[in-house]
Design a protein. Structure first.
Length: 270
């Protein structure tokens, strides 16, 4: 597949190429048989090893989820590991009362983290799609987040061989949606913004960032096909599966070729 006008595609990682949310849920919620298997999940560990009721264990996990959603991390002042152990420590104390239990919090955090990483996989059909797409364009992985956390995810899902470059927001001066990180990606690949497409699940970071940086197109991965708020940034294209991307790019290419043949210059709204 050769493409006119598109030289590079930038992909988001979390919940775009890999289902991070599902991996996190599995790390917490999977029910296990009686006994203490090596792959013990957090709820089961709290019940079996620390004598929490199931309701209490789930309440702790729900509190941690809420803290992760509100998390503000400054890598210059706080280690991500210490911060996330503190999330668990606070959640345990808020649920169970009594003295803070740092050792239990650390056990829960590392159990959650290692189990989540074990469930992070780059699906075989996604690998095939990336392999074929890379024959036509350059591919770059662009992910926000803490350096350590994101590099561990990248290693866990073994996605490095499918990309010409990988950029982690936590290693840069600014993250998505700042234009600077997108322009840095363009420089790495030796391409212009108007030759690049951004694919991601976040309207606020992936789509807004691509628009801010003046990329050729933004593609919103909307798996549930939900209707965005009226104030949300408007992507150029919407797909429900990342596997739909090659067909979309081919459609874009056909449109460009038709315009070249007819001498028609498309407007920005087309």
């Amino acid at each position: 597949m050769g493409l006119q006008g598109v030289k590079a595609v930038f992909f988001d990682l979390d919940n775009t190429l890999v289902d991070t949310a599902a991996a996190g849920r599995r790390a917490i919620e999977e029910r296990l048989p009686n006994g203490l298997p090596r792959s013990l999940k957090v709820v089961s560990a709290l019940q079996a090893k620390h004598h929490c009721g199931e309701g209490e264990a789930r309440a702790i996990c729900d509190r941690v989820r809420a803290k992760l959603l509100r998390e503000c991390h400054d890598p210059g002042t706080t280690c991500i590991t210490e911060l996330r152990i503190s999330h668990w420590e606070e959640a345990i104390q808020e649920t169970l009362g009594g003295q803070a239990n740092r050792s239990l919090a650390a056990e829960c955090y590392f159990l959650w983290k290692t189990t989540r990483l074990r469930h992070l996989t780059l699906a075989e059909d996604t690998r095939g799609m990336l392999t074929e797409l890379r024959k036509a364009v350059r591919l770059l992985l662009l992910t926000n987040g803490d350096r350590q956390t994101q590099r561990e995810k990248i290693e866990a899902c073994a996605c490095q061989p499918y990309f010409d470059a990988i950029v982690v927001g936590g290693e840069q001066k600014e993250e998505k949606p700042a234009p600077s990180i997108f322009h840095h990606c363009c420089d790495l690949l030796g391409v212009q913004p108007a030759e690049c497409v951004m694919v991601g699940d976040s309207l606020d970071t992936d789509i807004q960032g691509g628009l801010n940086a003046g990329l050729k197109a933004t593609v919103w991965l909307n798996k549930t096909m939900t209707t965005p708020l009226d104030t949300a940034p408007v992507p150029h294209y919407v797909i429900s599966s990342v596997l739909d991307l090659p067909a979309l790019l081919q459609k874009m290419d056909n449109k460009i070729n038709t315009n070249l043949e007819t001498g028609h210059t498309p407007s920005s709204n087309e």
